[in-house]
Each structure stands twice: as C-alpha cells, then as structure tokens.
Design a protein around this ligand. Structure first.
Ligand code: G6P
Length: 596
C-alpha cells in the first residue's frame, strides 16, 4: 500500500527519496512521485507505473536540486492510477503525500471547499486545500495541522511541505503507519524503518493523532491539541543486508529458502540458557485465565491462524476460533465470557486487524499480537507481543512469515499446556531439516509447474483436515502470483458441487499428510481422475504411493503444514516465472494493507 518518505538535511534529497521509495516498493504501488524543495521553490515530478519510470525522468534524482523533499508510491484507492492522481498533491502553499483513506472527504469538500478547483480525484488533495484554507484564515501551520486532525475522519499518514517554511517538514499520523528517522544533521519520515535504514537506525514512534515538526537538527512531537511530547528514540534491529536480494533472482525464492533458518532462529530466540523453550509467563498466565481464544488475521496470516486453532486445541486443549479480521469487526460472533484475542500479522500494520484490536480493547479484553515487525502498530497497541524473527519479508506473496507464524503458534500451544507431550525443540529442528531437503529440488518443481500449471486456466488444491488448511494457503499463493484461478477445497466437499468444474486436463493438486483421512483423500483423487483431472500428488513418505509426484519426509503429524506448504510455494513461484509474471510485486496487490 502507499509508501511515504521524507527527508530534510544537508544532502541532495531526491536520490535519498528514490532509494527510500525503492525500499517501500514491496508494499505494492501503481505510480510514484516526489517533491523537492530548493529554498522557496518546489519541483514536483510524478510517473505512472514502476519507480524506475520516475527515476529515469529525474535522472536518478540528479535533475531535482534541493536538500528537503517528500516522496510517495501510490496504491490507488480514490481515483485511477493516473499521473494526475499520483502524489504529491498541492495547494498554493502546501505540498503533501498521504497514505490512508479520508472517510469524510465529501463532507469536507462540501463544507469548506465548494469553490476550490481540484486537479485530481483523490481525497489527499482535499487535505492540501484544507491546510491552505485554514492558514489563509490566519492560522499558523501547526494550528492548521491541529485543525485538520480534528476534522479528518479515517486514516492518514502525511508528509507535508509548507512553501513558507523552507527549513521545516511536517508529519501527521492517524491509523496509517509512520515513523520518524533521526540522524545527526538530518531527519526523515517513512512508512516503515526499511525506507530509512540505510541512513539511520534511530527512530521516533509517532502515535495516532500526533504530528511532528522536523528540521535538519531536531524533531518535535506534539499531540493533536498542540501539547509538546517528550519522547526518546529507539534503535531498530534491522540489518540493511536483510533487505537485499543477494544472488537470488526474486525475493520470493530467497524467502522460501530462508525458511529452515527462520525455524532455527525461532527455536534460538525462544530458548532459555538451559536450552528449554519458553514464552513470557505473563502471556501464558493471561491465556490460561481465558475461556476461549479468538485468532484474528487476514490473508496468509489467517491461513496460519486456522492451523494455529488446530494446534492450540489439540496440544493445549483450549477452545479456539480463527476469524477473518474484516468479517469479525462488523459481524462479531457471540463471544465467550472471558475471551483472549490473538492477532497474527506479518507486517503488524493491517488495518482490518487493527479495527478489531481497537474494538476488543474498548471491550476490555486481553490481546496478543504475533508479528514480524517489532514496534509495529499492532505490536505497540496489544497487551503482549510475540515476534516471528523471520527477517524482513519483501515479496508480496508471504512464505516465510506463514511458516514462522505456525512455528510460534505451536510453541505457544505447547507452553499453555503440553497435553500431548510434544518435544517441540526436537520436532521443529526436524521440520527445519525436512524443509532444507525440499529446497534442493528446485528443478523438479519447475518441471512440474510446466507440466501441470503454466498453461492452465484454473486449478484446484484438495486435502482434508490440516491438509485442507494448507490447500487454502497453497491456492492463495498460486492465484496471487501466477493469476491462475485456483481454489483450495476440502477434498470430501468436492462431490457436493465443485466437481462439476473438473474437465479433461484440469489440474488438481492433492495434499496427503494426515493418516486418519489419507484413504479418504485417495478416493477423492480417484473421483476427479475418472472425470479427466490431471492430478499431482504431494504426500508424506509414510503415506506415499509410488506414483506420487512429490514425497516429503515425515514430521510430527501436527506440524505437517510447515513442510507440505513448501512444494506448493515453489510450484506457485515457477508457474509465475514461466508465465512471465512480476513475481515479487503481483498486480493489484499490496504487502501491507493499511486501509480497511
Ligand atoms: C496482504 C498481503 C498478504 C498478507 C495479508 C495480511 O493482503 O498481500 O500477503 O497475508 O495482507 O498481512 P499481514 O501483514 O497482516 O500478515
């Protein structure tokens, strides 16, 4: 989703803005723009499509002189992805970039800006004109910012240039992510730490309805009512090299192959000196005191959540429900008497999850966030956090975060109550080794993708129980990056309707890792085969039959999703590669979805 960068310092701003924006590309975008300030004059450049188009237009930044600027990658919400709608937007005095959605923009236009001529279809332009209107009526810029904070409804992270203040830059935040980066003689604004990490590792958090005034030398943070806030910086534990592709052609491939190391890192991070695994006792006490756990998440994280439900119920014997955040928030089920909420989010910024978090906090319930990003909004606002330690995940299609989420959920379950005596240290180490072995078979996955998927119009994944949950994630992976219409089905449910879609050569990928329903799934395979399906089977060694295409070494039966998903991630990767798709940045998708 939209990315924001701002810089004020002594160096040329444009190359720094472009570099920052390149680090935010992973979030998804369809146009980009920058505004660079040289004294009182401001130059604005925008381009539709890739950041490279903008960079070429301004000779990598050399064409725009000035040591202060703001930049933006836009993921269209209001209005098409055109140059006119690309940010920055401006009024006579103010130039702004914005991430978020202003829900009452119509009312504001009607109330304040009846005679204003707009150049774009965006809600952002309304903010630029409101600032103009308020300062024209005599307000100082900080007061005008306080005024817009009181007027705007919805989400916004803003970076603002005031032409009358060449030595200052403004930042405002509500609900959308925004951080301030702090250096010796410069300061920055960014949607996340990655956008600024090559310049600084010191950051200021900025909370909802707060604003900041940046100069070369310092940062002042204020509440929406203008009271100054004293806040210390924190250090982000991010390595610049973690955000590089290295020798890999795509981030997705790199991230798939990082999974064994991620599982090992989780074991290390959650181990005591004695080698025993542990989770903060306060978290465990809160969970033990609840009568039901509600897991809330979106997309791939939701798919990890449904596996988590199974793990917690089976290992810890605590009733658990997994819920889609965007559904849950406006259609809340009847809650138990003493619920506890677990939010799963790779980015820790997903707006749908946050909407639920805000609601259940108001209701007084305990909350835990499982996330990859320390200091992210969901992490800051929940009572507790468990980190994934997966390192930055850049490809839009989530891979290593999914396996990390399941591993942490398994760990959590076993710490709540280990009713099945699972030795997770041993079992997860084994998982890590099995994934490592799977990663040596790239050529095989590439050939299978060519034979089964690359020319296909549609595809079905089938499985039962935990395998069905993997099918949901596997089908999401394939559809989101290769654009092959794919559905994951409970194998037993096919015959109740969906089997009507099976034609000659329709690819059906079956997943078999659960002993008790293995034969049932085998029967379903026969049913689709007899209707012409082209069946590819992924099975565990102990349940395999000779003709299965991918055989995965056995792991504990509750942990099979961690290994069965890996061939599916590769199949999606190679199908997309062979179809010439933009693997790391699939069309229409954003990595961090910061609007509801
Ligand atoms: C977006 C991404 C998905 C991700 C989902 C939830 O839709 O494209 O890959 O699974 O958001 O993101 P989160 O950061 O909350 O895990």
């Amino acid at each position: 989703m939209c990315g924001i960068v701002g810089y004020i310092g002594n160096e040329q701003a444009a190359p720094i803005l472009l570099e920052g924006l390149s680090k935010l590309e992973y979030r998804g975008y369809d146009s980009a723009g920058v505004a660079v300030c040289d004294g009182n004059s401001v130059a604005i450049e925008k381009a539709v499509g890739k950041l490279l188009n903008l960079s070429d237009k301004i000779s990598g930044g050399d064409a725009l002189k000035g040591t202060k600027g703001i930049g933006h990658t836009r993921w269209a919400t209001h209005g098409k992805p055109t140059k006119a709608n690309a940010h920055p937007h401006f009024s006579e005095r103010f130039i702004i970039v914005h991430n978020g959605i202003i829900e009452n923009e119509e009312a504001l236009r009607h109330h304040y800006l009846k005679d204003t001529e707009f150049l774009s279809d965006t809600d952002t332009e309304v903010i630029a004109h409101l600032l103009q209107k308020f300062t024209d009526s005599g307000e100082t810029t900080p007061v005008a910012i306080q005024h817009i904070i009181s007027e705007l409804e919805g989400s916004y992270a803003l970076a603002i240039i005031d032409k009358n203040e060449p030595d200052l830059l403004y930042a405002v935040k509500n609900k959308s992510p925004l951080l301030i980066g702090h250096g010796d003689d410069f300061n920055m604004i960014g949607s996340d730490a990655m956008a600024m990490i090559s310049k600084t590792s010191q950051f200021y958090e900025i909370n909802d309805k707060e604003y900041a005034i940046l100069s070369c030398k310092g940062v002042e943070i204020y509440t929406g009512y203008g009271q100054k806030i004293e806040r210390d910086t924190y250090k982000a534990e991010l390595d610049v090299s973690d955000t590089e592709k290295g020798t890999y052609p795509h981030y997705m491939l790199k991230e798939i192959e990082e999974q064994p190391a991620v599982i090992r890192r989780i074991l290390k991070e959650y181990s005591k000196n004695t080698g025993e695994l542990e989770i903060d006792t306060k978290i465990i006490e809160d969970i033990r005191a609840c009568d039901k756990i509600y897991i809330v998440a979106c997309g791939t994280s939701y798919h990890a959540g449904i596996v988590g439900k199974q793990l917690i119920e089976h290992i810890a014997n605590v009733p658990t429900e997994a819920c889609i955040a965007s559904e849950f928030v406006y259609n809340m089920p009847l809650l138990s008497k003493k619920p506890m909420f677990i939010f799963i989010s790779q980015s820790g910024e997903t707006a749908d999850c946050r909407a639920v978090l805000v609601k259940v906090k108001e209701m007084g319930f305990k909350t835990l966030t499982i996330t990859n990003v320390n200091g992210s909004t969901l992490s800051r606002e929940a009572d507790h956090t468990l980190l994934l330690y997966a390192g930055p995940e850049i490809a839009v299609a989530s891979t290593k975060a999914y396996t990390a989420q399941i591993a942490v959920l398994a760990l959590l379950a076993s710490q709540i109550k280990n009713t099945i005596n699972i030795n997770l240290n041993y079992e997860l180490s084994k998982v890590s080794n099995v994934i490592e072995a799977l990663c040596t078979d790239r050529d095989k996955y590439s050939l299978l993708a060519r034979d089964y998927l690359t020319g296909a119009r549609n595809c079905f994944y089938i499985g039962r129980a935990l395998d069905y949950y993997v099918c949901l994630e596997a089908s999401l992976k394939l559809k989101e990056i290769s654009y092959i219409q794919t559905e994951g089905f409970a194998a037993g449910e096919l015959k109740h309707g969906t089997i009507a879609l099976i034609e000659n050569n329709t690819p059906v990928i079956s997943i078999i890792s659960q002993e008790n329903i293995n034969l049932n799934t085998r029967s379903n395979i026969k049913e689709v085969k007899s209707r012409g399906a082209h069946v590819l089977t992924i099975s565990t060694k102990s349940l395999s039959s000779q003709k299965d295409n991918i055989i995965v070494n056995d792991v504990h039966e509750m942990l099979t999703p961690l290994v069965m998903v890996v061939p599916a991630q590769y199949l999606a990767y190679y199908a997309a590669l062979q179809k010439g798709c933009d693997i790391d940045k699939p069309r229409n998708l954003a990595k961090s979805v910061t609007v509801e």
